[in-house]
Every structure is written in structure tokens, then in C-alpha cells.
Design a protein around this ligand. Structure first.
Ligand code: PLP
Length: 408
């Protein structure tokens, strides 16, 4: 008899996006003539930059000729891309990262989801609240939690991101955790962490022999140059941190699929007897066993992001969404609402003070705008909603006009 992994029964059904879709469909049925503007889901809307497209085409043409055809490539990624990443994203910012520290993948969702399998069943996990659900659900599937009650799983440590701490949780006396997930600029709050804040996490991890999984999927939206762009800008981080990156939000690869993980030779974890062992060979073993490489044309396309033209175009793309974010943030603030994000991030996290779903229904029916209820991201999201800047400018402007009319 084939029996199922019982941990799957612990998973809370993700009602968030299906619930949103249901409510939107109901509303449209009742109001067929009302126009709806969707600022809910965190997906990009603009096309790939032309330099990326040109390289993508080149990669496809290479596959059409026997002399340049590629079969299986290195599972860790082609040297041309690993080198471009190490130089373009790290060494150019003073971080000592080698091409061999970079593991190319088909995106950061898989990487952040898969990484936990390198660690002990009883490792204690800490996640921010509100949170990108992938970190939590993959640990539930692996059996590291009990059942959930009131939206929180037994056995997980929740790091609360609230107005009081400016949405940046810090290590505290008595915190006990082995594996800590951090994400800055944050999804869903849009909050960013300062150098001093990240230093306190790195110091804590080193002192406690813990590992930080740092999700930097939104790093290309940082415009405040005093903010760190990589966890590896922090002293000691190469010994206790792994960084996840993605081409999804900077270069528009959500449907093209490419991301990467960075692990240095110094990064140390511990065996059952407490002896130190290097982390990188473990991920290398996992990656080469369960993954067979990112498609060659996609890697060619990703490498174009690091050309002069590519850098300029990615900057233009992210500038476009950041201008949307500014329009949203200023609109929200002009209505007297407290919010965070939207300056170094494409998300604006708004404190409505209302039940999350009540706010959702109100904005839907009165303004015809779809947002994401904060409670879908965790207990601390109650009373908040997330507005995404990923949409066309004219739609964003229109949405804010409608929200202002509805709320004032
Ligand atoms: C969008 C996003 C990612 C990137 O996912 P991909 O699989 O690379 O598209 C990673 N982490 C967070 C928090 C995200 O919002």
C-alpha cells in the first residue's frame, strides 16, 4: 500500500489567491461593466529588455547548428554566466565571490524551497511574519513542524515584522533557531534592512552556529546607496549566510526562469557530533543529483543582463516600476494611511486598520481595484494590505485616482 507523506496533511490550504480570484469573479459577474485594475499578484508586466531578447535568440540559433549545439551543460551553470554574476553582482560591489560560489538554477522559488533539505529533521526554523509562504510550506512538507493553529505552525519561530520595529525583526535575547530566513527588500512589506541591522543578524548567526538564508530577489530595486545590496557586504557573512537571487523581478524573467544561489567555501555547518563541515559541497551534491541545469538559451539571455546595454535596460525597467511605486505610496500617504515600502521596493504595505478581507472587498467594490490582503502572508499581516507596483503606468494612476475617490 502506497501511503502519503503525512506532513502534507498539515499544510493549510493556500486560500489566498484562490479566494481573491473567487471574489473577483463574483464581483465581475454582478458588475459586468465595471473595469477592474489588478495590483495584487507580484508578477511583472513589461517585456524582456531588447539586449536580453537578442542574446536569447542567439542561444536558440546556437542550438540549431551542430557546431554550436549544446546538450547537457554543467548542472551548476555555464562558466560564462557564473563569471558574469560573480563579477557583476558581487566583486563590483567589493564582495569576494568567485564564479565557483554561484549555482545557477531555474529560479529562487525552487532554491529557497529546496535548500532546507540539507539540514537535520529537528533543525529549528525561524521565518519573518508576514512571510513569503515558500519558506514555511517547504519546512512543513519536510516534517519540521507540528500542525497549525490560528495561522501559525507549532515548532516554527516567527519573527514579527511590525510598525514598532519598522518591519525589520532583529535577533533578541533568548532567540533559539538554527536556520533563519530573511528577505530584503521584503516581500510582502517592501521594508529594507540597514547595514547595522544585517550586521546584528550575521553576528547572532556566528555566535549561535546558525545559518541565514538571505533572499535578495528584490535587490535591484534598491536606490538608497547606504543600504547593502548583498548579505556578503556584511563582515563575517560568507561564513554563515547563503544568498538567493533571481532574474525574475529585475529583468522580467518570471516566465523565462533563471535564478542562482551563492555559497562560499568558508560557509560552515555542523554534523551530528558538532564537527564543522563546509556547506558548499552539500548543495553541490544536491544540485547535481536533482537538477540538470538551466536551459542554455536562458543562461545566454541572463548573461546579457550584465552587459553595458543590459545593465542600462534593467535599470530602466526597475525605474519604471519604482515610479509606479512612488505614485502608489504618495497616493496612500495623501489619504492619511501609514505605509512602508515603495521607495526601494515594488511593494507598498498599507496599514488599513480594517480586517484584511474587509479592506479587500471594500477596495474591490468601491474602487474596482484588486490588492492582496495582508493576512494571507501571516498573522502580522492582519489589518494590512499589499499593493504591487507591477503594472502599466496608466493603470496605476487610474487605480490610485479610484482608491482616492473611494476612501475620501
Ligand atoms: C518573486 C520572488 C522570488 C523569485 O522567484 P523566482 O522563482 O525566481 O521567479 C523569490 N523570493 C521572493 C520573496 C519573491 O517574491
Amino acid at each position: 500500500m502506497i501511503r502519503i507523506n503525512k506532513n502534507y496533511s498539515k499544510l493549510q490550504a493556500s486560500y489566498l489567491f484562490s479566494n481573491i480570484a473567487k471574489r473577483v469573479a463574483q464581483f465581475q459577474e454582478g458588475n459586468p461593466d465595471r473595469e477592474l485594475i489588478k495590483l495584487g499578484i507580484g508578477d511583472v508586466t513589461r517585456a524582456l529588455p531588447s539586449s536580453v531578447i537578442a542574446a536569447f535568440h542567439e542561444g536558440v540559433d546556437d542550438m540549431a547548428r551542430e557546431s554550436t549545439f549544446k546538450g547537457y551543460g554543467p548542472e551548476q551553470g555555464y562558466p560564462f554566466l557564473r563569471e558574469a554574476i560573480a563579477e557583476g553582482d558581487f566583486r563590483s560591489r567589493g564582495c569576494n565571490i568567485a564564479a565557483g560560489d554561484v549555482f545557477v538554477s531555474d529560479g529562487a522559488k525552487c532554491d529557497t524551497g529546496n535548500f532546507q533539505e540539507l539540514f537535520a529533521d529537528d533543525a529549528v526554523i525561524a521565518v519573518p511574519d508576514p512571510v513569503y509562504p515558500v519558506y514555511v510550506d517547504t519546512n512543513v512538507m519536510a516534517g519540521r513542524t507540528g500542525y497549525s493553529e490560528n495561522g501559525r505552525y507549532e515548532g516554527i519561530v516567527y519573527l514579527e515584522s511590525t510598525e514598532e520595529n519598522n518591519y525589520v525583526p532583529l535577533p533578541y535575547d533568548g532567540l533559539r533557531a538554527d536556520l533563519i530566513y530573511l528577505c530584503f527588500p521584503n516581500n510582502p512589506t517592501g521594508a529594507t534592512a540597514t547595514r547595522a541591522q544585517l550586521e546584528s543578524w550575521v553576528d547572532w548567526a556566528l555566535a549561535n552556529k546558525a545559518l541565514i538564508l538571505f533572499d535578495a530577489a528584490y535587490v535591484s530595486f534598491i536606490r538608497d546607496e547606504s543600504l547593502p545590496h548583498s548579505i556578503f557586504e556584511i563582515e563575517g557573512a560568507s561564513r554563515c549566510c547563503v544568498e538567493f537571487r533571481s532574474f525574475s523581478k529585475n529583468a522580467g524573467f518570471t516566465g523565462t526562469r533563471c535564478g542562482y544561489v551563492v555559497i562560499t567555501d568558508e560557509c560552515t555547518v555542523y554534523d551530528g557530533e558538532g564537527n564543522p563541515c563546509p556547506l558548499k559541497p552539500l548543495w553541490n551534491r544536491r544540485h547535481t543529483t536533482k537538477f540538470n541545469g538551466t536551459s542554455y538559451p536562458v543562461q545566454k539571455a541572463a548573461a546579457a543582463v550584465y552587459t553595458e546595454e543590459g545593465k542600462k535596460q534593467v535599470r530602466e525597467l526597475t525605474d519604471y516600476y519604482l515610479e509606479n511605486a512612488k505614485i502608489i505610496r504618495e497616493g496612500v500617504q495623501s489619504l492619511g494611511y501609514h505605509c512602508v515600502g515603495g521607495d526601494n521596493s515594488p511593494y507598498i504595505w498599507v496599514k488599513s486598520g480594517m480586517d484584511s478581507w474587509e479592506a479587500f472587498d471594500m477596495l474591490l467594490s468601491k474602487a474596482g481595484v484588486v490588492i492582496t490582503p495582508g493576512s494571507g502572508f501571516g498573522k502580522c499581516g492582519d489589518g494590512y494590505f499589499r499593493i504591487s507596483a507591477f503594472n502599466d503606468r496608466d493603470k496605476v494612476i487610474k487605480a490610485m485616482e479610484k482608491i482616492k475617490l473611494a476612501l475620501s
